[in-house]
Write a protein that binds this ligand. Structure first.
Ligand SMILES: CNC(=O)c1c(C)[nH]c(/C=C2\C(=O)Nc3ccc(Cl)cc32)c1C
Length: 278
């Protein structure tokens, strides 16, 4: 049966972004706490509306304990607003966690960083696996798009920029993500591909360790130069050589030398930390 806005009670706004607004809600019939991401599509072009439809359809298909669960969507045509209803992640997002560490002058625990690495890799495995010839690229992997549940397990969210990659090509179209996490192939005007998600994950894992991105600059030209060079400082010395090694592999400038998600999962440093399959 088609649900309506009256089936939910809004509790509070918990986030706003370029995409719109994220609100914590309660489902009236059973009290389940969820969120909805509400977006006004009134000013969107037909292409942007199609992108929105594809985000919802992608979310419905992606099934992983490490990807936010999609519940429903409501379209309010009177107010040209779509409401995408998803699971609530009580732990919030990694960007907030990084800012908290910076404020407190503390680093994250290495075991927690490894746990995030493993779970984001497994989330991307679900995305990159070609189902009926189509792989999904996240294209905007960053701390603000990775959420945590009550047990601080990863919930990859916000596929607003995700693209379906069709079987006939292994390259998708142009990039629109976060400049600090731009991969060398994108800086060199090549197309986005699965290994560009691996680069972004490498940047994110580096930032979780060092509390700053691997490449920073005051302008795009300088940032592009640093990204192309692939030169970045080692993560703080108290972190292990193993963590440093795996992060360096993800930040390989040469795409052919950078591991795919499948190859990353086969790396002994990662494979030895994978959860037991039930
Ligand atoms: C300060 N904000 C928060 O603490 C926060 C919390 C507790 N949850 C969220 C966000 C989400 C949340 O809880 N579930 C989500 C599903 C999809 C997307 Cl794109 C976002 C969310 C946020 C931003």
């Amino acid at each position: 049966m088609q649900t309506t806005l009256d089936d939910y009670e809004v509790i509070e706004t918990i986030g706003t972004g370029s995409y719109g607004t994220c609100k914590k809600i309660r489902r009236r019939r059973d009290g389940l706490i969820l969120v909805w991401k509400e977006m006004d599509y009134g000013m969107m072009t037909e292409t942007e509306k199609q992108m929105l439809v594809s985000e919802v359809n992608l979310l419905r298909e992606l099934k992983s304990p490490y990807i936010v669960r999609y519940y429903d969507r409501i379209i309010d045509r009177t107010n040209t607003t779509i409401f995408i209803i998803m699971e609530y992640c009580k732990g919030g997002d990694l960007a907030t966690l990084i800012n908290k560490c910076k404020k407190e002058g503390s680093y994250l625990d290495e075991n927690f960083i490894w746990k995030i690495l493993i779970q984001v890799t497994l989330a991307l495995k679900e995305c990159h696996e070609r189902k009926n010839g189509k792989a999904v690229l996240h294209r905007d992997l960053k701390p603000a798009n990775v959420f945590l549940d009550t047990d601080k397990n990863v919930k990859l969210g916000d596929f607003g920029l995700a693209r379906v990659l069709h079987h006939e090509t292994s390259f998708a179209n142009t990039y629109v993500g976060t400049p600090f996490y731009m991969s060398p192939e994108l800086v060199n005007n090549m197309s986005y591909n699965e290994k560009s998600d691996v680069w972004s994950m490498g940047c994110m894992m580096y930032e979780l360790s060092a509390l700053r991105p691997p490449f920073v600059a005051s302008n795009q030209a300088e940032l592009n130069r640093k990204i192309r060079s692939g030169d970045f400082a080692r993560i703080p010395l108290h972190f292990s050589d193993d963590l440093n090694t795996i992060q360096n592999k993800m930040l390989q400038v040469d795409v052919s030398k950078r591991p795919s998600i499948t190859e990353l999962l086969a790396e002994p440093l990662v494979a030895s930390r994978l959860p037991m399959v039930e």
